[in-house]
Write a protein that binds this ligand. Structure first.
Ligand code: MRU
Length: 334
């Protein structure tokens, strides 16, 4: 991804490996500062996933792959490392996919750094293809809405939901993006708007509650990412996605979900069986460490919701765009 600095644009990934350390952009510091942190212990990588130093399903997967790489380099028991890394967050399928992928490569004697770099590169190339397929849906003058951050920060590079937007913009199409702020952690405002700004893409941040208001005024398509897509086409994504899909149905707006194969979980039959991460109520009741809710009022903080397949127009994948009934095609040649 392009990061503008005082010395010009630099190309950065969200997660990478350098001289024995797993490096990542600390996404909790954005948009104010680009801070890079490094870990040489796999337990610290698991903690960085848990505390959302890095986040977004495919970036979590890549961090997990590098965590497995560190565990192997340090001679840790790979079964225990797999278990510990998988315990970091429950909902994103990519975490489990990446750990299992690395476990099998490492058990078969692959060199750890090569294997983890290979995983990260594979995700980026899938995102490139998602961008190529998805960008064909975007036309000049359109208004596109997205939620949370499914950009390069969430996917090592390029993005899933933001990949079509990036590619279409780079191809010279001109359109407008609504980025909903994404309470409580504000990934839409702090991360998506930052990424769009780095690329000079026309956009505005809107409060989550303003989505239907703008849809009524004229949104042409909605694209989100996903954390887990089940066999029947239901999918989990950042809390608030389901509301948008319902409103999109009401207004007849196409609703697309962009995701690579690592996010598809065909062992889970429907969205009912997805484990939804419940995060600290402080994410809701506090801002920058200061309580903003009345003393004594508790809060509930589910990090994701499940949108039923019937509300999805299509899944934009590295293999093409499929309706919910055809998603098994994403597994062809895997
Ligand atoms: O809690 P987060 O920030 O990890 O949640 C991220 C999302 O819900 C994204 O929309 C999803 O992972 C898709 S990212 C390509």
């Amino acid at each position: 991804m392009k990061v503008r600095t005082e010395n010009g644009n630099i190309d950065m990934r969200a997660v990478w490996f350098d001289r024995g350390k797993v490096m990542m952009i600390d996404q909790r510091e954005l948009p104010h500062k680009v801070v890079v942190v490094g870990f040489d212990d796999y337990g610290d990588v698991a903690e960085a996933i848990r505390n959302m130093t890095t986040r977004g399903a495919p970036s979590i997967g890549a961090a997990a792959a590098y965590g497995m790489c560190l565990a192997a380099l340090s001679g840790f028991d790979l079964d225990l490392a797999s278990k510990n890394i998988k315990a970091a967050r429950p909902t994103a399928n990519d975490l489990f996919f990446a750990v299992d992928h690395m476990y099998s490569l490492l058990r078969n004697g692959s060199e750890p750094v090569e294997a983890a770099n290979g995983y990260a590169d594979m995700i980026v190339s899938k995102c490139e293809r998602i961008g190529e397929y998805g960008s064909q849906l975007i036309k000049n003058g359109m208004k596109v809405m997205t939620h949370c951050n499914a950009g390069a920060l969430a996917t090592v590079d390029v993005g899933t939901a933001l990949a079509p937007i990036r590619k279409a913009w780079a191809a010279g199409k001109r359109f407008f993006v609504y980025a909903s702020e994404t309470r409580p952690r504000l990934q839409g405002m702090q991360l998506t708007a930052w990424e769009l700004g780095q690329e000079g893409i026309n956009h505005a941040i809107i409060p989550d509650g303003a989505s239907a208001y703008y849809m009524e005024k004229g949104v042409d398509m909605i694209i989100t990412g996903a954390d887990r897509i089940t066999a029947n086409g239901d999918f989990a994504n950042k809390i608030g996605t389901f509301d948008k899909a319902i409103a999109a149905k009401h207004f007849g707006i196409p609703f697309y979900v962009a995701a690579p194969v690592s996010t598809f979980d065909f062992d889970t039959m429907s969205g009912e069986d997805i484990i939804i991460e419940q995060r600290s109520e402080k994410e809701v009741t506090e801002m920058y460490g200061m309580r903003i809710a009345p003393a004594g009022s508790p809060a509930l903080n589910p990090a994701f919701d499940v949108t039923p397949a019937e509300l999805v127009t299509g899944f934009i994948t590295e293999k093409g765009i499929f309706g919910p009934k055809d998603i098994r095609k994403v597994m062809d040649d895997e």
